[in-house]
Design a protein around this ligand. Structure first.
Ligand SMILES: NC(=O)c1ccc[n+]([C@@H]2O[C@H](COP(=O)([O-])OP(=O)(O)OC[C@H]3O[C@@H](n4cnc5c(N)ncnc54)[C@H](OP(=O)(O)O)[C@@H]3O)[C@@H](O)[C@H]2O)c1
Length: 295
């Protein structure tokens, strides 16, 4: 007798990325499982591994990471927790940023560095091909076309299945798409931070997945309006923030980050929270001051 397993993340519905990678529309960001400042190993490695395993048990099958988280640590933990990967698990990693120290990030999207970074990701993730490899950010010191051409060449070599971009404008997406099909864009975006509104619309019109980073505003204090809706729906404010994203566009796959299993479970439970149209309209009408994560 076959049993259907209840997978909470599946309640968000699915999105097919790049024509062949179908994922549940509530993903996981694996940046938070490293040490403080996204540097080095986590204080409690067994808890980080348990959190990663719990993501998959909950039906999450899109995991976002980057070579620079740790650096290397996030990818190594993903492999340690989940390899051999279940067939439906999609791992999206990134290259193009380097880490001189805790909390510090420097651009490097030179073709040479991108090729070296990819080799490192393949090794740490223990795969022969990366499902989605994202340019972490355009590098002002390198021609954008040269960075994308390097990823296109690595895709030609079979080391990358699909190419994505992060921290980009519409112009970047269009320029990159002339070189290689772009299947996903990852920009900062949340209920409280709509700077990429226009990019979300562009992605939806062009069948590109949009993976908002900081989708719950990095856990920051919820807006009064969202608290009010949460009270009405018997949900938590962060669940409402995630449900708002799910309703905002069918190409959005939020990737909330956490190092805590209770937080993970709370976030994934948002997949089944259906935001009534009136609540969505009330929230979309709220205007926010510009965001700065630098304080
Ligand atoms: N492309 C880029 O440039 C870029 C930049 C930043 C992030 N990212 C990606 O996007 C993912 C998400 O972004 P993010 O991690 O910066 O921000 P986020 O998902 O908006 O928020 C994560 C923060 O919120 C806390 N949190 C999560 N769930 C919570 C809950 N239910 N209750 C209370 N606090 C909660 C986490 O702390 P706890 O660990 O205590 O739960 C963490 O401090 C990252 O993991 C990474 O994969 C990409």
């Amino acid at each position: 007798m076959s049993q259907t397993q209840f997978l909470p993340a599946a309640a968000a519905g699915t999105l097919t990325i790049g024509g062949d990678l179908t994922v549940n529309r509530l993903g996981y960001g694996a940046m938070r499982i490293t040490g403080p400042g996204i540097w080095g190993p986590p204080a409690d490695k067994s808890s980080a591994l348990a959190t990663l395993r719990r993501t998959v048990e909950l039906g999450v099958n899109l995991i976002d990471t980057a070579d620079s988280y740790g650096p290397g640590t996030s990818e190594e933990l993903i492999a340690e927790a989940l390899y051999p990967y279940p067939a439906d698990v999609v791992i999206a990693t990134k290259g193009g940023w380097e880490r001189p120290g805790p909390g510090q990030w420097t651009h490097n999207a030179s073709p040479k560095h991108l090729a070296e970074a990819l080799e490192g990701s393949l090794k740490r993730l223990r795969v022969e091909r990366i499902d989605i490899h994202q340019l972490h950010a355009p590098d002002n010191a390198v021609s954008f076309e040269a960075s994308v051409e390097a990823l296109a060449m690595l895709r030609e070599q079979g080391k990358i299945r699909h190419v994505g971009l992060s921290n980009v404008t519409r112009e970047h997406i269009e320029r990159a798409n002339r070189i290689v099909p772009i299947v996903s864009v990852q920009n900062r975006y949340s209920f409280a931070d709509r700077e990429s509104d226009f990019i979300v619309d562009y992605c939806e019109a062009n069948g590109i997945a949009f993976l908002p980073w900081a989708p719950i505003g990095q856990g920051s204090e919820a807006h009064e309006a969202i608290k009010a809706v949460a009270g009405e729906l018997n949900a938590t404010p962060l669940q409402v923030a995630l449900a708002w994203l799910l309703k905002r566009s069918p190409v959005i796959v939020p990737i909330p980050g956490t190092s805590s299993i209770p937080h993970l479970e709370e976030n994934v439970a948002a997949a089944s929270l259906k935001l009534p149209q009136a609540a969505y309209d009330k929230l979309i009408a709220v205007s926010h001051p510009p965001i700065s994560l630098r304080g």
